[in-house]
Write a protein of this length. Structure first.
Length: 391
């Protein structure tokens, strides 16, 4: 398949992924906020645990939530599930197009681990399955009844996954895999737990039986997990564009800070939406700020000392060896039909123009060349950095 067609396929799938993801995140945010907004009132229908009055788009809405379920259900019951399903499906298709089709370029870095494409793809897919099984096992075990302990162990599970991915795959793909790992947990929560439990409750109602309240409790637990993982997973999914994250030698620790800060930000927004006073939730803001400050401190560029003088001829040779196959007016690399991001590095003039970007990508974070396909050495990176510093 030509690079042109792959680019269009990538764009269309990515667009669909964004559309589905926005729908899923929107409904998740809405229903969690709605659940927290419910209030007991003097006059409520039998079996209702709380109601909420809302205004939007020029109209007023009155929403009721039943403790278990009403005595009967209408034929036009609305199920919110395809947003989650399509988000995962399009996300996995994007994984195939972005990473699996050119695994040796995007997924594998021989400096991290020498893998064959089939091995890397197999590890990628298997890890998503194993991650879900471990998470689900924790939730189903007695630990699942201890919310703080379960949260701590799920956090450690995500950290372990981040450590695993950053020691297996390329920098550009490792944190995206963390996002896929979390996203798979979230999607299977909907597909394998939340929706099936809702269907069991519906079947009981149709049969005239009293639904088992355990199904609703379990569904709510998994839904709560999903909403707190939403903000961190969004950062993971765009991480490939930020070499300061993916190229850091301890990027797995950055994942921990992102999970803490993102989950805490989500909790603050939830509690603020339902009217909690700032004197009760304000303590979360310093925690978020500290997590962000530590992440920024960790990723701050290190000031390098003045290295040996490097000639223009040496740097031109480095460009020819490691850069121009992709970053040229007419790339010779089979995966590109035009220079990525229109960054051309065929001349020293062009190198000076893109000096800050090259310094960050090739010297500081070592994210380029992709997968270190041309096997650029530490010494060569130091020479390039010294030349750029002297300009």
């Amino acid at each position: 398949m030509s690079g042109f067609m792959v680019d269009w396929l990538n764009l269309l799938i990515r667009w669909a992924h964004l559309i589905a993801g926005i729908g899923w995140i929107g409904t998740s945010f809405y229903f969690v906020a709605l659940d927290l907004s419910l209030k007991k009132r003097e006059k409520m229908n039998a079996g209702v645990m709380g109601t909420a009055w809302e205004v939007h788009g020029g109209g007023f809405y009155h929403v009721e939530k039943y403790l278990n379920a009403p005595d009967s259900l209408p034929d036009d019951l609305i199920w919110y599930k395809w947003e989650a399903y399509l988000t995962w499906i399009t996300g996995f298709l994007l994984m195939i197009v972005q990473f699996y089709l050119n695994a040796d370029l995007w997924l594998i870095d021989t400096n991290v681990m020498a893998l064959e494409p089939w091995q890397a793809i197999g590890i990628s897919m298997a890890s998503l399955v194993v991650g879900w099984l471990i998470y689900d096992g924790l939730c189903r075990s007695p630990i699942g009844k201890n919310t703080p302990l379960l949260a701590g162990l799920v956090f450690l599970l995500i950290l372990a996954a981040a450590y695993f991915y950053t020691h297996i795959f390329s920098a550009r793909s490792s944190l995206v895999h963390v996002g896929a790992f979390i996203g798979t947990i979230m999607a299977v929560n909907v597909f394998g737990i939340i929706v099936p439990n809702q269907k069991k409750i519906t079947v009981s109602l149709i049969a005239g039986e009293k639904p088992d309240p355990r199904f609703g409790i379990i569904g709510k637990q998994r839904s709560t997990h999903n909403t707190y993982l939403t903000l961190p997973v969004l950062v993971m999914m765009v991480s490939g564009h930020y070499a300061m994250l993916t190229g850091h030698p301890q990027s797995w620790l950055l994942v921990g800070l992102i999970v803490i800060g993102g989950a805490m930000a989500r909790h603050f927004l939830l509690r603020h939406e339902v009217g909690d006073p700032l004197n009760k939730i304000g303590w979360m803001l310093p925690v978020i700020a500290i997590a962000l400050a530590v992440a920024m401190w960790m990723t701050a560029p290190k000031t390098a000392g003045q290295g040996p003088k490097v000639s223009d001829a040496e740097v031109t040779g480095l460009l020819q060896k490691h850069c121009v196959a992709c970053h040229a007016a007419k790339p010779t690399h089979e995966s590109f039909e035009e220079a990525p991001n229109n960054v051309r590095l065929e001349t020293l003039t062009e190198l000076r123009r893109f000096a800050p970007l090259v310094r960050k990508q090739a010297v500081e974070t070592q994210a380029m060349p992709l997968g270190n396909e041309s096997e650029m050495t530490v010494e060569e990176r130091a020479k390039l950095g010294a030349w750029l510093a002297a300009q």
